[in-house]
Every structure is written in structure tokens, then in C-alpha cells.
Design a protein around this ligand. Structure first.
Ligand SMILES: [Zn+2]
Ligand SMILES: [Zn+2]
Length: 378
């Protein structure tokens, strides 16, 4: 389904100021808020669209990303993506909006609260994170009651305006000279009362349910990335918009590879003989084993770079490298014969300056040590 342009959704032009956007949003939210549209699904979708446009266009970074890349720049289904970061500042704007609608003055009203955002921790293996995966997750949450369409009132009845606060959700209490606004004790600030509660949800408008959702994890995600599923959080209070669900990615430790950004690192054991004479060894990659040429006289700890064998970035699409560190393995469980051969090899390298020819590092090291002690004793 193609998405409508956010500016078009709010009916503002591209250069609109934040104030204009807020004004346009308020106007539309008053018209299309679920409280006013009584469960009309199409209008509810429209309201979601308005909310999404508002959230992006009033967030500097998101707006910039949207202006540059369009919907792809702020696609909430992309892991990490352009950095969707939490429930935005809806609380504030809602206070304003309801203040306008219900004439309740400047006090924040607690009626029709948006549903809470939820967080789901998703564990992935490195392979799954690198290749992407569709997963089914089960999330315990609150969903709107289908029996009463979230109103909390018994089917066929509607909530009535609270007689105490006349729908304001707030009452004025006199304390000496001062008038104090307080949440209405009769309706707990909702402005409406339910005389005949829905039996299925006991008047709550929401019910506990474990939802099964299928999540498309894009290839290349890493620990710390999160995927936002818009509107999949808890259902709102009495028909208010639902919160979002954040799927937080955690990649398990891998027995061979360590990931750093888009690069992978691994250690490969190298035999003593191959290190000295050179040769070919097999090294692991995420796509299977590949051959790696080892030069003669390779020292332990040497790093080989295998270009393009790392991870493809979920953001830029560029591919990292695989860094293989070779570690020389000292032979173990030697037979008497083998020990003798090593002894012979060692003797063949001579001593003093002859030996230094074969072990330049050792020579340099001991020269350094000698100088250190000479300097000490002065
Ligand atoms: Zn119900
Ligand atoms: Zn009331």
C-alpha cells in the first residue's frame, strides 16, 4: 500500500513552521479523534495517519530524514532506521487538544489516555541478525474489548456524560480564596460514566490478551537496534490510541565471530610449520569456509583482512570485512622422536649471532633488556 505524503495528510506545505503543523494537527485531531468518531474504522485509520505525520514532522531529525528520503527515511519498520526514539511528546499535545475540545482550561486531563508503549526483547543468533528473519513473537498486552468496541459500556448502550463535572473530567474545589482544579472523583477524570458496564471487560474497555505478531527483522541488525511496530502496544484507555511496540534486538555471543560494527573478527589457529614455511589454511566465514594463503615467516597475531566477508549494514547497505587473526599453536603431546627432531632443529640454528639471524625479535628484545639494566646501574 502506498503511503500518502505527510504534508498532504496534515494539509500544510513543505515549508510549514512547527507552529503551523501543530495547529493543523490539532484541528484534524479534534475532528478525527476516536472519541469523536465512535469506532468508525476508516476514520480511525485516518487518525493514525494524522498522528504518524505529526510525529515525524514535529521531530527535527525525523522531518529532515523524511524530506531527504521520503517514507523510506522514517519507515518505522526498519530496525534502528532513522532513529525513531520512543513515544514522542504526545502527552503534551494531547493535554492541549482535549483542553480545546472540552473547554477544560489548561489543566491536563487524564481521560482517554493513550495506551502504554511496550518493549519486547528479541534474542537472535549472529547468523539470524546478519541475514534477517521473520519471527513470530507472543506479547502479553491489553487489547480493546471487542464486545463493547473499547467503550466499556454494555453493548447497545453508550457512556453518559458525568453529571458531577459535566464531561470536563475536572471539578473546581474552593479552598479559602482559591479555586483549585481537581480530577473529578465521580468519573476519575474521564468525563463519562458507564452506568451499564460491558460484562466482558467489566467496564474497562480493554482486556488482557497475549497477541501473536509476526515481525520482519531486516538483515544486518545488531544489539541495541529496535524495531517499532506502530500501534501494537497496549490499547488506549476507553478508545484512546494504542501505544507502540518496540522490539529490542539482542544478538547472542557467537562461538567463533565477534562483531564490531560491520566487521567480524575471529581467531584462527595456525600450525608452527605452516607459519614458518607458508601455505594455505581454511578459515570460517558466515557463508562457509574459504581458503586463505599464509605467507612464509608469518608471526603469531598477524591479522588477515577478507574484504566483503563481514556484515551488510542495515542502514547504509555497505558490507564490512572479516578480520582473521592467526595464532600459532605450539605443538603438544610430542613423542620422544619428535622432541629429538625439534632439538636437532634448534641446534641447527646455532647460538649467539647465528641464532639471532633466525630469531631477530628475541635478539632485539634482549638487547633492550640489557640496555635497561645498564641504564639502571648507571
Ligand atoms: Zn467491553
Ligand atoms: Zn466527572
Amino acid at each position: 500500500m502506498s503511503k500518502r505524503d505527510y504534508y498532504e495528510v496534515l494539509g500544510v506545505d513543505k515549508g510549514a513552521s512547527e507552529r503551523d503543523i501543530k495547529k493543523a494537527y490539532k484541528r484534524l485531531a479534534m475532528k478525527y479523534h476516536p472519541d469523536r468518531t465512535q469506532g468508525d474504522k476508516d476514520l480511525e485509520e485516518k487518525f493514525k495517519e494524522i498522528q504518524e505525520a505529526y510525529e515525524v514532522l514535529t521531530h527535527d531529525e525525523k522531518r529532515a530524514a523524511y524530506d531527504r528520503y521520503g517514507h523510506a527515511g522514517v519507515d518505522p519498520n526498519r530496525g534502528g532506521g532513522a532513529g525513531f526514539s520512543g513515544g514522542a511528546d504526545f502527552g503534551d499535545i494531547f493535554g492541549d487538544v482535549f483542553g480545546d475540545i472540552f473547554g477544560g482550561g489548561r489543566g491536563r486531563q487524564s481521560r482517554a489516555r493513550q495506551g502504554a508503549d511496550l518493549r519486547y526483547n528479541l534474542e537472535l543468533t549472529l547468523e539470524e541478525a546478519v541475514r534477517g528473519k521473520s519471527v513470530e513473537i507472543r506479547v502479553p498486552t491489553l487489547v480493546g474489548c471487542d464486545e463493547c468496541d473499547g467503550s466499556g459500556a454494555k453493548k447497545g448502550t453508550t457512556p453518559t456524560t458525568c453529571p458531577t463535572c459535566h464531561g470536563n473530567g475536572q471539578v473546581q474545589m474552593r479552598q479559602g480564596f482559591f479555586a483549585v482544579q481537581q480530577t473529578c472523583p465521580t468519573c476519575s477524570g474521564r468525563g463519562k460514566i458507564i452506568s451499564d458496564p460491558c460484562r466482558s471487560c467489566h467496564g474497562q474497555g480493554r482486556k488482557e490478551k497475549t497477541k501473536t505478531l509476526s515481525v520482519k527483522v531486516p538483515a544486518g541488525v545488531d544489539t541495541g537496534d529496535r524495531i517499532r511496530l506502530s500501534g501494537e502496544g497496549e490499547a488506549g484507555d476507553h478508545g484512546a490510541p494504542a501505544g507502540d511496540l518496540y522490539v529490542q534486538v539482542h544478538v547472542k555471543e557467537h562461538p567463533i565471530f565477534v562483531r564490531d560494527g560491520n566487521n567480524l573478527y575471529c581467531e584462527v589457529p595456525l600450525s608452527f610449520t605452516t607459519a614458518a614455511l607458508g601455505g594455505e589454511i581454511e578459515v570460517p566465514t558466515l557463508d562457509g569456509k574459504v581458503k586463505l594463503k599464509i605467507g612464509a615467516e608469518t608471526q603469531t597475531g598477524r591479522m588477515y583482512r577478507l574484504r566483503g566477508k563481514g556484515v551488510k549494514s542495515v542502514r547504509s547497505g555497505s558490507v564490512g570485512d572479516l578480520m582473521c587473526k592467526v595464532v600459532i599453536e605450539t605443538p603438544v603431546n610430542l613423542s620422544a622422536k619428535q622432541k629429538e627432531l625439534l632439538q636437532q632443529l634448534d641446534e641447527s640454528m646455532g647460538s649467539g649471532d647465528d641464532a639471532a639471524k633466525h630469531r631477530p625479535k628475541e635478539k632485539g628484545f634482549f638487547d633492550g633488556v640489557k640496555k635497561f639494566f645498564d641504564d639502571l646501574t648507571g
